[in-house]
Write a protein that binds this ligand. Structure first.
Ligand code: GLN
Length: 555
């Protein structure tokens, strides 16, 4: 295809106005999906205007889940959306924060690299932003880089980013970049009207900062009529076909299809002077969306964690279940169970009617005993169980306490104990800094037992998964565990660390030290989630059958 011979990487900048949380990430990911479906090589980058160097040290209540890339960057959860939509790995370079920008400028200043000059927001901070935007395309050739600018236009902290984009557009020259601005069109139910004024003001703010948007995406509760589109086009200086509506849809995965119907991608390509003659191949995507919207069955799975009031804290897990559910034509109904509230008295009500139990990742002591109780419930009642990271560690502690009989067994993250079945890695013992110092990113793992559930799920021996933790299974106890019925079925070939545990004498009991949820995508649902949902479906089918038979025999 001739487009792929284009020497120049083109840039699409996505800004937001009027309100936050309008879904810039989903819009960026949807546009990327459409361009990829047309054969373009595309990546997406997020610029976050906060001063944390990365979100690794943030409480999930601040910005939701911390997403981890293959190369071990702790990033904003939008990068998870990007990967799930585009099916390609992102890297450290795909998430830039104000903290990172200032850190590198200040380090440079300390090294004397500014040669005595005064270091200023313009040009030094803006230059560093421009360098970071270009860095994504420096190692790998992309036809298009989509850069999403976090925050809302008009915020003080966004200004250097908008100015950097203004300069970069100038440097790149005409037709090599476009600005997509996402705003809100509120609906006034009293007068039955859609209001365009906030959008006009938002575009004015952008213009004051020297940026003219090329495409407007308007988030709205109600469909926009022709009159509204024309009005917005006229007052905001954009082509009428460059006004795109984004109304609420039942699933975020439908957004690319809605965008395609309005030719969002072809308008963007036209403005970038790239051919749009090849129609996108969306067959598999459409099939997936159909399955999500029209499931044949439903399966209830409990997600046991301590951030249950904010489902964004478990974003990738939630999405992985949507992908895996679609693979079985089923809807996974996730029921959030707050581990702090789980006690022997409440557990039957909370977990008794579930077809599967997932114990979530996490940090610290709070809610830990509830998680351990949930593991015991899944193990003894033979309910399919998936433990992720801290969830896997809880399954090890539970087994040590209740099967091996070490009542004081624990992870040393929680307390010092005579039976530290989960312990700090040797190389972690001298680490004092919190940021970016965990075991992060992709590590290889060998599935050593061909009869394990994990081997059956992956169908191969060598796998690689992403990590984010400090503590590990304590290998001193491995022989004891294996003799008592908990097997280490996944081992890191370089360090011998235990990555996966299973209980063979259980329908489906799997604990993984890594985070499979980071690698599940729409077109490649994660094999472990697919297998777990299957086990949950089987469990409830059998349970329903048994109940039916019991009823019959009672009659
Ligand atoms: N807190 C645990 C550790 O650091 C688990 C981390 C997690 O669940 N991501 O090892």
């Amino acid at each position: 295809m001739e487009t792929l011979t284009q020497p120049q990487t083109k840039y699409i900048f996505v800004t937001g106005g009027v309100a936050s949380s309008l879904g810039k990430g989903i819009i960026s990911a949807s546009l990327a999906r459409l361009l990829i479906a047309r054969g373009y090589r595309v990546t997406i980058q997020k610029l976050d205007p906060y001063i944390n160097v990365d979100p690794g040290t943030l409480n999930p209540y601040e910005h939701g889940e911390c997403y981890v890339t293959e190369d071990g960057a702790e990033t904003d959860l939008d990068l998870g959306h990007y990967e799930r939509f585009i099916g390609l790995h992102t890297t450290k370079a795909n998430n830039v924060t104000t903290g990172k920008i200032y850190q590198s400028v200040i380090n440079k200043e300390r090294r004397g690299e500014f040669l005595g000059k005064t270091v200023q927001v313009v040009p030094h901070i803006t230059d560093e932003i421009k360098r970071r935007i270009r860095l994504v395309a420096s190692k790998k050739q992309f036809d298009v880089v989509i850069t999403e600018i976090g925050g809302t236009v008009g915020d003080i902290e966004s200004l250097p980013y908008i100015e950097a984009v203004r300069q970069l557009r100038y440097d790149l020259g005409a037709t090599n970049s476009v600005v997509v601005h996402l705003t809100l069109i509120p609906y006034m139910s009293a007068s039955g009207e859609l209001k365009t004024k906030p959008t006009q003001h938002s575009v004015k703010t952008l213009l004051e900062n020297g940026l003219q948007p090329d495409i407007l995406v308007l988030r709205s509760e109600k469909s926009l009529n022709e009159e509204i589109r024309k009005k917005v086009a006229l007052f905001c200086n954009v082509d009428p076909d460059a006004v795109v509506e984004s109304i609420d849809v039942p699933t975020i995965y439908e957004v690319p299809l809605k965008m395609y119907e309005q030719k969002f991608d072809s308008v963007a390509l036209r403005k970038l002077n790239l051919p749009a003659d090849k129609e996108p191949d969306l067959k598999n995507w459409i099939r997936f969306v159909e399955k999500v919207k029209h499931p044949e069955t439903e399966v209830r799975i409990a997600l046991v964690g301590k951030y249950t009031e904010l489902p964004d804290a478990y974003k990738s897990i939630v999405e992985s279940f949507i992908h895996a559910g679609a693979a079985h034509n089923t809807k996974v109904r996730l029921v959030y169970v707050n581990s702090e509230k789980l006690t022997p008295e409440t557990i039957d009500t909370a977990l008794g009617d579930k077809c599967g139990i997932l114990v979530a990742p996490g940090f610290g002591n709070r809610g830990i005993e509830g998680k351990i109780l949930a593991v015991e419930y899944a193990r003894t009642k033979k309910i399919p169980f998936l433990g992720i990271c801290l969830g896997m560690q809880c399954s090890v502690v539970e087994f040590a306490r209740n099967v091996l009989g070490y009542k004081d067994a624990n992870s040393t993250e929680m307390e010092n104990t005579a039976h530290p079945v989960i312990d700090l890695m040797e190389e972690q013992k001298n680490v004092t800094e919190k940021g970016g110092t965990m075991r992060l990113g992709a590590y290889p793992c060998r599935l050593v037992d061909k009869h394990s559930h994990t081997y059956a799920a992956y169908g191969c021996e060598a796998i690689s998964e992403r990590h984010r933790h400090r503590y590990e299974f304590n290998n001193k106890y491995k022989t004891l565990f294996e003799a008592a019925g908990m097997k280490a079925v996944g081992i890191n070939p370089d360090t011998n660390l235990v990555e996966i545990v299973e209980i063979p004498d259980h329908p489906w009991f799997v604990g993984v030290q890594f985070h499979p949820e980071y690698k599940s995508t729409v077109l490649n649902p994660h094999p472990l989630f697919v297998a777990f949902v299957k086990a949950a479906l089987d469990y409830c089918r059998i349970a329903a059958k048994d109940a039916g038979e019991e009823n019959k025999s009672e009659k």
